[in-house]
Design a protein around this ligand. Structure first.
Ligand SMILES: N[C@@H](CCC(=O)N[C@@H](CS)C(=O)NCC(=O)O)C(=O)O
Length: 222
C-alpha cells in the first residue's frame, strides 16, 4: 500500500493528482500544518525537511520519499506512466519537473508568503517575486504556444506545474496576457482525476481555505 502524508497545498496536490491519475490504491494521512505536525519527530524521521508531502511505499519495505518532484518521479517510474520511455523526451519531462521544483514553486511560494502572510507589506519584495513568477509564466506560455502539454503527452511535468499555476490568484500573480498557459490550465482543470486530487486530503470551501491558509501562514512563519 502507498501512504500519502499531505495537506491541502500545491505540493501535496501534485502527488494526490498523480495518484488519482494512476488509479492505484493509496491511503491518505492528513498532516495539520497549523498544528505543526510536519515538525514532529516521527514525521521528520520520514521527511528530514519537515514539510509535506511525504510518500511511504509500504510494499517496498516502508520506503519513504520526500520532495514532491522526487515523489512524482518515483511513482511515474514505479508504474511506467506519465513519463516517456524515449530517452530525450524522458529527459525533457525531468527538465520541466526540475524547472518547477527550483523556479515556479519557490517563486510562487515566496509571492504568496509576502503577499498574504507577512503583516508588513514590502512592495519591492512583493514586486520581485510577482515579476519573477510572471517571467516563469511567460516561459510556460511560450512552450505551450505550439504544444498542448509541456512535453508530448500529458505527463508529470504538467502535473508538477498545475497546482502552482492554479494558485496564481492567491499568490497575487496576474495570469492575464498568457493565453496559451490559460488554455493549458483549462485543459488540465477539466480532467476528472485532477478534480479528485484537489479534494485530497479535505475539500475546504474557498472561505475556509482562505482563513485556514492565513492561519497556517502565521504558524509556518512563527
Ligand atoms: N520542495 C518541497 C517543498 C515542500 C513545501 O514547502 N511544503 C509546504 C506546503 S506546500 C509545507 O510543508 N509547509 C509547511 C512548513 O513550511 O512547515 C517539495 O516540493 O516537497
Amino acid at each position: 500500500m502507498l501512504e500519502l502524508l499531505t495537506s491541502e497545498t500545491p505540493n501535496g496536490w501534485k502527488v494526490a493528482i498523480l495518484l488519482e491519475e494512476l488509479g492505484v490504491p493509496y491511503q491518505v494521512t492528513p498532516i495539520s500544518l497549523t498544528d505543526r505536525v510536519q515538525k514532529q519527530d516521527w514525521y521528520v524521521a520520514l521527511n528530514p525537511n519537515g514539510r509535506i508531502p511525504t510518500l511511504v511505499d509500504h510494499d517496498a519495505g516502508d520506503f519513504a520519499i520526500f520532495e514532491s518532484g522526487a515523489i512524482l518521479l518515483y511513482l511515474a517510474e514505479k508504474f511506467g506512466r506519465f513519463i516517456p520511455t524515449e530517452a530525450q523526451d524522458r529527459s525533457r519531462v525531468i527538465q520541466w519537473v526540475m524547472w518547477q521544483m527550483s523556479g515556479l514553486g519557490p517563486m510562487m511560494g515566496q509571492a504568496t508568503v509576502f503577499t498574504r502572510y507577512f503583516d508588513e507589506k514590502l512592495p519591492s519584495v512583493i514586486d520581485r517575486y510577482v515579476r519573477e513568477s510572471q517571467r516563469l509564466f511567460g516561459v510556460m506560455d511560450a512552450r505551450l504556444a505550439d504544444n498542448d502539454y509541456l512535453v508530448g503527452d500529458y505527463s508529470i511535468a504538467d502535473i508538477a506545474c498545475f497546482p502552482w499555476i492554479r494558485g496564481h490568484d492567491w499568490a497575487g500573480v496576474d495570469m492575464g496576457g498568457f493565453p496559451h498557459l490559460q488554455r493549458w490550465f483549462e485543459r488540465i482543470s477539466a480532467r476528472p482525476a485532477v478534480q479528485r486530487g484537489l479534494l485530497i486530503p479535505t475539500p475546504p470551501t474557498p472561505e475556509e481555505m482562505a482563513e485556514k491558509t492565513t492561519k497556517q501562514g502565521k504558524t509556518i512563519l512563527a
